[in-house]
Design a protein. Structure first.
Lengths: 269, 269
């Protein structure tokens, strides 16, 4: 197979990375994709840095066997803890979700006041904080962990009273800080964009890493002359556990019926 | 060390089993305990039966190395999927949380109408349903999965508006069924006993597997002549990842400051 025709590889700790896949397929409809959800070991957010690095290398190893031309780490925790390790060990370009999201947030903030929300692990890692400060040290960053957002999304409660109440509890302090950009630093959160946007109001620009990452993938493929002119592109899905749950909950993420089958695989050892 | 003096071993997929440990130490203050939280691989509830069996055997193997005289599987998912496998492979008595809870629920229900709540995995396994029917086939069982209860407890939101609203959504249909016993089939749920009891009303008896299991442990130890008359009993805690998070969130579960240190270990391979 010619290099160009090879698929883009995407891994996540579970199902959340499907928001990134969805944006990639929207921006790059002529690319084939291979998605790996490490559902046997989800969530990464409560695990240690060392464990996350080991899991990420195993996931990447699996995708490389499928001949990918570029790797997207569609998991904020893995992007925070394992990106350098992956770049150091892999021969293909590696793109995480943090830097693209951070860049877009900085670009869009006129007031230089940016909120960032994510899981406990992502926020505690300081990865978005550091990335934003690295791009523009003048930006004031307001981070907040929102641990209940992921289970709410996976329950399918993206638009209900409970969700609106939880959004209010997590974001009421941030709203007082007069931020003009709120960066969704978790792949599940794009599904709560409406509920979050409603609470924060029109003056706050909601940025998600998923779409920013898709744009970055296109830029890198183009720069390296690796863009495909695909006919009959494919989208394969692999999981390390419970393919049935993955396809069921996945339906919340991908609305076009693209995800009908996920193949069970083993990636550790 | 004499057999009697050996510790009781307890494992859970993570932190929830601490409610079981707490009851065991209340009922059996003269016993030493060794607790293993498999925090690297939590949650079990979304994983397949095969995976859960493998993890459970690895956890038991670790505890056996610490010379335990009895094993408590303080995890509903592992009790549902791996108890027979464990009993078959281990030389020490093995007690799960399902049968003790089911027995007590049947005993307390005059109307023979019992509700059971738990995680998606536990409810889908049908383990409580089967256990109750096995004890008394005349009992009508009303099962319901409550996936958001665990993250609510781990967030420490055991008594707030969000929790009351979620309780109402999950249990409103069950309330209409005129059950007189509601069995909490998840180790996290005892922490929501007040919120659940408030919604269900006084006519519903709330039973939790944790305290029922502790009573069963006492019965088995006594029957086998293994009860300890301990001086200076110890309680050790091991986790497979993130000891810091375990001790922090653990404080929600154990209120006596008993959990100050958790030791990091590897149990797989």
């Amino acid at each position: 197979m010619e290099m160009k025709e090879r698929p883009v590889g995407i891994f996540d700790s579970g199902i959340g990375g499907l928001t990134v896949l969805k944006e990639i397929r929207k921006v790059l409809p002529e690319e084939s994709t291979v998605y790996l959800g490490d559902t046997a070991r989800v969530p990464y957010g409560t695990k240690s840095g060392e464990t996350i690095k080991r899991y990420s290398l195993e996931n990447a190893g699996f995708l490389l066997k499928h001949g990918i031309k570029l790797l997207v780490v569609a998991c904020n925790t893995a992007s925070a803890y394992a990106l350098e390790e992956l770049k150091h060990n892999l021969a293909v370009p590696v793109i995480g979700v943090i830097l693209p999201g951070a860049r877009q947030a900085v670009m869009k903030s006129r007031l230089k006041r940016v909120g960032v929300i994510g899981t406990e692990g992502t926020i505690k890692s300081g990865a978005y904080f550091d990335a934003i400060k690295g791009i523009d040290p003048r930006v004031v960053v307001f981070p907040a962990a929102c641990p209940l957002f992921v289970p709410l999304v996976e329950e399918g409660w993206t638009d209900c009273d409970v969700t609106r109440l939880v959004v209010k509890i997590y974001l009421k302090d941030m709203k007082k800080e007069r931020i003009d950009v709120l960066l969704l630093g978790c792949t599940h959160y794009p599904l709560l964009k409406n509920a979050i946007g409603e609470f924060m109001g029109e003056e706050t620009n909601i940025i998600d890493s998923a779409s920013a990452t898709a744009v970055e993938v296109k830029r890198v493929l183009s720069e390296k002359g690796l863009l495909n002119k695909g006919h009959g592109t494919t989208a394969r899905f692999f999981v390390t556990d419970s393919p049935e749950r993955f396809t069921n909950v996945g339906a919340i993420f991908l609305d076009n019926g693209e995800l009908t089958k996920a193949e069970l695989v083993k990636v550790d050892g």
